[in-house]
Design a protein around this ligand. Structure first.
Ligand SMILES: Cc1ncc(COP(=O)(O)O)c(C=O)c1O
Length: 400
């Protein structure tokens, strides 16, 4: 264990050591499904959970175990579970925390997939939910009912980067004996550690910054040993949502550079946000690192740095937003985030296109809103790209 080391040392060394037989420094990829035992007794001990070990690939894998142990250390959790996607992490965490007849309070600007899971699937199994504005803690208190078992939040939110004070929400969940689940995908443990702030369960789309190279779909859940054991044996394993050895290896490799990547994402995003804020063709910029962000002081208290996502409104209608992203040459139009490449999307015509234009404001969105996942390229090149796209698509405002 290297728990006393700083973040980058821990990210590289924690829970990993050279392969005993070959001396190989890099993590071995063990794709085995079956594991053998010296005798029946030890097989029984592992299956019953009395002894740590693997017995069947759907319930755990040695390469994935290394990843789980490493992320648990980085998040300050007792244990972690690697699963097949961020949505698997979210659905497992919710299914493990709720039964038929239970209720969950969910922040209103939650990731679309989480919204869809609750409204399409969870509801069919009698799980109740309320989407509330969790930036006002009174709303959470007011939404808690007798059958409430959990509060689910995401901070900063997607795409308008609204923050929720995790420690404040944890005071409420502890008072009511509820599980607090936090989606930490945007921040990673390098920038924010929800368990230190009182969260019970942390979920990640490891597809994003944790892996960081746009070539893996994966999820991680962190929490107490008891919660993770239950999720592994009674939810993930039984539903077959396990993560495989190859993808675990790739995420482990990505995590080695997580700290330096996040530093560069944050540095670039800050420069991009400052550039956009002074641009006459930009109506508004959403970035927690700008003093103009309404929760800038909470961001400084809760996060180590401000993250790699910048949202902004270009002046114009839906077509202007589409024209603007089409004119970009370095930034790529894409639905993902957290990759080395700068990725851009236009919620009104892409992720939120099902919402009528007249109702966009109800979701805190506008026709010209653009979400930029600022990549690892040189900031000057990203800014020059934004500049040329703004010049060729957005009308210059007339001076009075
Ligand atoms: C904040 C957040 N959580 C969860 C997910 C789901 O992750 P995955 O695509 O790995 O299932 C996403 C995907 O974009 C996300 O942005």
């Amino acid at each position: 264990m290297t728990i006393n080391h700083r973040f980058n040392t821990t990210a590289i060394h924690a829970e990993q050591c050279p392969d005993e037989k070959s001396g190989a420094v890099s993590q071995s990829i063990i794709p085995a499904v079956a594991y053998c035992f010296d005798n029946a007794e030890s097989a029984v001990d592992v299956v019953s959970g009395k002894k740590e070990g693997r017995y069947y690939g759907r319930y755990g894998n040695p390469t994935t175990r290394t990843l789980e142990n490493k992320v648990a250390v980085l998040e300050g959790a007792e244990d972690a579970l690697g699963v097949s996607s961020g949505m698997a992490a979210i659905s497992i965490a919710l299914m493990a925390s709720l039964r038929t007849g239970d209720h969950v309070v969910v922040t209103k600007d939650v990731y679309g997939g989480t919204h869809k899971f609750l409204s399409n699937i969870a509801t069919r199994y009698g799980i109740e939910y309320d989407f509330v504005d969790c930036t006002d803690y009174l709303n959470i208190e007011n939404a808690i009912k007798e059958n409430t078992k959990a509060v689910y939040i995401e901070t900063p939110s997607n795409p308008t980067l609204t923050l929720i004070d995790i420690a404040e929400v944890a005071v409420i969940t502890k008072r009511h004996d509820l599980k607090l689940i936090v989606d930490n995908t945007f921040m990673t443990p390098y920038l924010q550690r929800p368990i230190d702030l009182g969260a019970d369960i942390v979920v990640h789309s490891a597809t994003k910054y944790l892996n960081g190279h746009g070539d893996v779909i994966a999820g991680i859940i962190c929490g107490s040993k008891a919660d993770i054991d239950y999720m592994r044996k009674d939810v993930m394993g039984d539903l077959g949502q396990n993560l495989n050895a190859w993808e675990s290896f790739l995420v482990l490799r990505g995590i080695k550079t997580l700290g330096i990547r996040m530093e560069q994402h944050c540095r670039n995003a800050q420069e991009v946000a400052e550039y956009l804020e002074q641009h006459p063709m930009v109506e508004r910029v959403f970035y927690p690192g700008l003093p103009s962000h309404p929760q800038h002081s909470l961001a400084k208290k809760q996060m180590k740095n401000m993250g790699g996502i910048v949202a902004f409104e270009v002046k114009g209608d839906v077509q202007t937003g589409k024209d603007f992203i089409s004119a970009l040459k370095v930034a790529m139009i894409s639905f993902s985030l957290g990759d080395p490449e700068t990725l851009v999307q236009h919620p009104a015509s892409m992720t939120h296109s099902s919402i009528p234009e007249s109702q966009l404001h109800e979701f805190g969105l506008s026709t010209g809103l653009i979400r930029l996942s600022v990549g690892l390229e040189d900031a000057e090149d990203i800014i020059e790209d934004l500049n040329q796209a703004l010049l060729c698509t957005v009308a210059v405002p007339m001076k009075n």
